[in-house]
Design a binder for this molecule. Structure first.
Ligand code: 13P
Ligand code: SF4
Length: 335
């Protein structure tokens, strides 16, 4: 790779990088040229760095990314997100080349249940229906009846006959949220994500008291979601201004709400699209340190190398992909 392209410059490209420097226009031009040459599409999760979101063909939540991967006519998908997301794209599009710019971009939540742990759990509930959050490995998806994302977990569980026992995995907070929303007796795996579990009820109390008129947006993986639901049920927090949403749901809400300020309880990357679409309104992270180190392993420089060297290819053997696909497709046909 041309080392000059690795330097950030004060070039004329309007986008700034997360470091506050201007994005290198030569680097971006070369990514665009290679993208065209390879007939590649760039898909980015809402937690990616702003400069990556700004050049992506599609930016969205886990559900939107799966749907877009499944329908793209491109030959190559460069997945700017974490490994399980690229793996889901590879499962849905076995005929395409799926690349992840850094293969170390994992997910602490997906790592919180192994295939052996799931098999053992299923053995103790042999008649249960297994609903897995999409933040799981392909092997765990093989042992699952349904996948779900944060935007459709309630809907997926509601589609299951009420007499069936449900095992929900791996996120304890999302599982508890789904249990409360559906009133179903669901067994929940005690996994969590290091970013969201760290968002605690005391941060909510403190931010809400400083910004009483702000809309409060919470991702259902947050460590504060259970207490917020109890406070909502007791009338201790303002239900009208509190919304539990997926990352894309938060962005949609910010476009529709009449509020002037928003407290956002999830990874800070999601603020970029909100602020860009609503420059006159105020978006406040509940915690500036809510940063997913895995999502942030992807950089413009690594995207360029990925396209130049066609690395790192994410593949799933067909004997794993085929049953895993069933669980994902069951979700995609329901939503
Ligand atoms: P979304 O599906 O809401 O984008 O969430 C994905 C994720 O990894 C949350 O941490
Ligand atoms: Fe995984 Fe948490 Fe990062 Fe989302 S924020 S990708 S759940 S580690």
């Amino acid at each position: 790779m041309n080392p000059q392209l690795l330097q950030h410059t004060n070039g004329t490209h309007e986008g700034a990088t997360h470091n506050g420097t201007a994005a290198n226009p030569d680097l971006i031009a070369e990514i665009m040229r290679l993208k065209h040459e390879r007939n590649a599409v760039l898909l980015a999760h809402n937690y990616q760095y702003p400069e990556i979101q700004d050049i992506a063909d599609f930016v969205g939540d886990s559900l939107g990314l799966s749907q877009t991967a499944a329908s793209t006519p491109a030959d190559v998908i460069v997945f700017c997100g974490v490994h399980f997301m690229a793996e889901t794209a590879a499962i849905l599009c076995p005929e395409k080349t799926v690349l992840i710019p850094d293969q170390e971009a994992g997910c602490s939540l997906a790592a919180s249940i192994s295939i052996d742990e799931l098999r053992e759990w299923k053995a103790s509930h042999p008649d249960a229906v297994v609903v897995s959050y999409v933040n799981t490995t392909a092997e765990v998806k093989v042992e699952s009846d349904y996948c779900c994302t944060s935007s459709n977990a309630v809907q997926i569980v509601e589609s299951i006959p009420p007499d069936r026992t449900i095992l929900f995995l791996p996120d304890i907070f999302l599982g508890d949220y789904v249990r409360r929303m559906t009133g179903r007796s669901i067994h929940v795996w005690p996994g969590s994500c290091h970013v969201h579990a760290a968002i605690r009820p005391n941060q909510v109390t403190s931010m809400r008291s400083k910004h009483p008129d702000a809309d409060f947006l919470i991702h259902p993986e947050c460590g504060c979601v259970t207490s917020c639901m109890s406070f909502l049920a007791n009338g201790d927090i303002d239900a009208q201004h509190t919304h539990i949403l997926s990352t894309e749901g938060m962005i949609r809400h910010s476009q529709q709400s009449t509020a002037n300020s928003f407290i956002v309880a999830t990874e800070v990357g999601v603020l970029h699209r909100m602020q860009k679409a609503n420059p006159d309104r105020e978006f406040l992270p509940i915690d500036e340190a809510a940063i997913c180190r895995y999502m942030k392993m992807i950089t413009l420089e690594k995207i360029l190398v990925s396209l130049q060297e066609m690395r790192y290819q994410v593949t799933v053997p067909e004997h794993i992909a085929q049953p895993a696909r069933q669980a994902i497709e069951r979700m995609l046909t329901l939503v």
